[in-house]
Design a protein around this ligand. Structure first.
Ligand code: PMP
Length: 283
């Protein structure tokens, strides 16, 4: 948190340390809400229509009426970016079902709480790009609606902490022996020059970088396949990558203490990373 951060809360822009939410907000009580994270490079939103579409889908899936139309969201987010000095930023958006007497069932007349905040987007540390990161494998113990970008993130929080406790940066999760994703990223496997990603179903969040990866593979001539991926295949991968709004694409070079492939960032990573930077420049 930076003292000069301005946030948006329910129609108002105010300093972050003055923003307050009532204790009966269902986001606080039940984790009953959804969120988005959108990067902006040089003041320009990156893949904003895709983020807006996912925001609408998440709201629809948990049956919260969209509190703003697309133009309203765009105005809000552009104003937040304008109010902050950083060249590259990421915007966090959150909508909860609002404030109501504590009862699991939906309240009849609550107004959704709308919160938005801008933060400086720090580049991925050079050491991570040059040497890759360490990850651990974990069973995926989350619920069965991982496609919703829900603020109920306890399973993801525990998974990330398990990685940190093991001196790793991220985890690679498996459900019933098949790859799902990381605690806050999508996971990709490379074998024999092809990039493989797991099915885009309810067991993972379809990251905005998933659609981008399709385009980057096409533009850089990397074959790509979406299909169930066995744990054994991941353990024998030539390369592993993780992707997210804030990390872009990062190579995983150690998994459970063992080198992935040659133990250094591989050629497919290098090509996709360069294609990613070109996509940012072109946006
Ligand atoms: N999966 C999970 C569980 C995540 O939290 C994230 C990042 N929010 C992603 C995937 C990647 O999504 P995106 O590319 O939109 O950042």
């Amino acid at each position: 948190m930076s003292a000069d951060q301005t946030v948006f809360l329910n129609g108002e822009f105010l300093p972050i340390d003055q923003a307050r939410v009532p204790v009966l907000d269902r986001g606080f009580i039940f984790g009953d809400g959804i969120y988005e994270v959108v990067p902006a490079y040089g003041g320009r939103l990156f893949r904003w229509p895709q983020h807006l579409a996912r925001l609408r889908r998440s709201l629809g899936k948990i049956r919260i009426d969209n509190p703003l139309d697309d133009a309203g969201w765009t105005r809000l987010v552009e104003e937040l970016i304008r109010r902050h000095p950083w060249r590259d930023q990421f915007i966090y958006l959150q909508v909860t079902r609002g404030v109501a007497r504590r009862d699991h069932a939906f309240p009849k007349d609550a107004t959704p709480t709308v919160f938005a905040m801008a933060s400086e987007l720090q580049p991925v540390p050079t050491a991570q790009r040059e040497h890759g990161i360490a990850a651990i494998t974990l069973p995926d113990e989350r619920w069965l609606h991982c496609d919703i970008k829900s603020i109920s993130l306890l399973g993801n929080v525990l998974a990330r902490q398990a990685a940190v406790d093991a001196q790793a940066v991220e985890c690679v999760m498996f459900r019933d022996g098949f790859l799902t994703e990381g605690s806050s990223s999508n996971v990709w496997m490379v074998r024999h020059g092809t990039l493989f990603g797991p099915p885009r179903d309810h067991l993972i969040l379809e990251g905005i970088r998933v659609g981008l990866m399709d385009e980057l593979c096409a533009s850089s001539g990397v074959p790509m396949q979406t299909r169930p991926i066995l744990r054994e295949e991941v353990l024998a991968a030539d390369e592993l990558l993780v992707s997210s709004a804030t990390k872009e694409i990062v190579p995983v070079t150690r998994l459970d203490g063992q080198p992935v492939g040659k133990g250094v960032p591989g050629p497919v990573y290098q090509r996709l990373f360069e294609a990613y930077q070109a996509a940012k420049r072109a946006a």
